[in-house]
Design a protein around this ligand. Structure first.
Ligand code: NAD
Length: 318
């Protein structure tokens, strides 16, 4: 069985992708890695390596030792965190990706690279944003994502590297808190709704963005990597979406289960400006046509599941 390396595995996506990969293949063949050392319980579920993706020699050593053939490169700094530290964001998001691409080329590994709706900017058409369109992002996160998409395409056509990717929307999950993105409100709102029946949102009530529930995102990542290469015209940077809502609409969906839930707003100008530069919705027809993408969860089924799963581990604070 070919070995798999997951970078940034302790983050929001990795903490659910690693168990999914281990269930699908076997625990031994999925090497989780992160710059952070994970809790002993998580590390016991399969191999874990402390790995800093800005250090190519560390990546090289792990690829050699485990004879890795497939990499899921998740280590990155997210949009709001990156805007606070643009130089460090460039070093991790671009430097880390370059190291991984170059070593994937040398070791003949297939690679998954997650891009984002943040790869678009204010001059991009904002409704039903097409797969192939203007990409002039204003944030350092977006600059690293669009540059990353281009670098992945370059390695695919210049060196024949099998590198594939998705432009993920905001991800909603109950296992791990998000790592400093603009769509984090859509996770935090559930924690606060269960604990306090109240949430103060940092985006305007009418801010419309694409979102996806984590089980759909994990299915999408696995399906894209399984897809028949001959059918992929794009390979990299596929638009995908599952649902589209505003903070106001999400609060209304929560109120169907918790009628006394209240939301108010204290707008964070930095995160609002980022959200305002992103698409209100994207067109994912290319993903549907080329590898059969189809989401299972919409706002109501996701909300019900989030409240059930988080309700089992959080207590109301009254
Ligand atoms: N979560 C989302 O909503 C979302 C949406 C679109 C795209 N993405 C992309 O998906 C990828 C994973 O996102 P996530 O939400 O899991 O992020 P996250 O912030 O939750 O996790 C990133 C992980 O990378 C680790 N890390 C930081 N510096 C590192 C380094 N130098 N070397 C190795 N690991 C390092 C962190 O410790 C963290 O565990 C990123 O590329 C992100 O841009 C995420």
């Amino acid at each position: 069985m070919d070995r798999i390396l997951v970078t940034g595995a302790a983050g929001q996506i990795g903490s659910e992708l690693v168990p999914a990969l281990r269930e699908r293949y076997s625990a031994d063949c999925v090497v989780a890695s992160d710059i952070r050392i994970v809790a002993p319980a998580a590390a016991q579920q399969g191999p874990f390596e402390q790995l800093d993706c800005t250090k190519p020699e560390q990546i090289q050593e792990i690829l050699r030792r485990y004879e890795v053939r497939r990499i899921f490169h998740l280590a990155a700094m997210l949009s709001a965190a990156a805007e606070e530290k643009p130089q460090a964001a460039w070093e991790l998001n671009m430097g880390g990706l370059y190291n991984v691409l170059e070593l994937a080329r040398q070791h003949r590994c297939a690679l998954f690279f997650p891009s984002s709706i943040g790869a678009f900017g204010t001059t991009t058409p904002r409704d039903k944003t097409p797969q192939d369109t203007i990409q002039r992002p204003d944030t350092i996160y977006g600059v690293t994502k669009v540059s990353g998409e281009l670098l992945c395409d370059y390695y695919a056509h210049r060196f024949g590297l099998d590198v594939r990717g998705l432009r993920l929307p905001g991800l909603i999950s109950h296992a791990t808190l998000p790592g400093g993105g603009t769509t984090d409100y859509a996770v935090a709102i559930f924690y606060q709704a269960i604990r306090y029946r109240h949430y103060t949102c940092f985006l305007r009530p009418d801010t419309s963005l694409d979102m996806m529930y984590m089980p759909d995102a994990i299915r999408a990542i696995l399906a894209l990597m399984d897809a028949d290469a001959a059918k992929l015209k794009h390979r990299n940077a596929f638009n995908i979406t599952a649902m589209n809502f505003t903070p106001d609409a999400l609060a209304a969906a929560i109120r169907k289960h918790l009628p006394d839930f209240r939301i108010d707003y204290e707008i964070d100008p930095m995160r609002q400006a980022i959200a305002d530069s992103w698409p209100r919705s994207v067109d994912d027809d290319a993903a549907r046509a080329e590898w059969g993408w189809k989401p299972y969860y919409d706002i109501d089924t996701m909300t019900k599941d989030m409240l059930e799963k988080l309700g089992a581990k959080l207590k109301p604070v009254r």
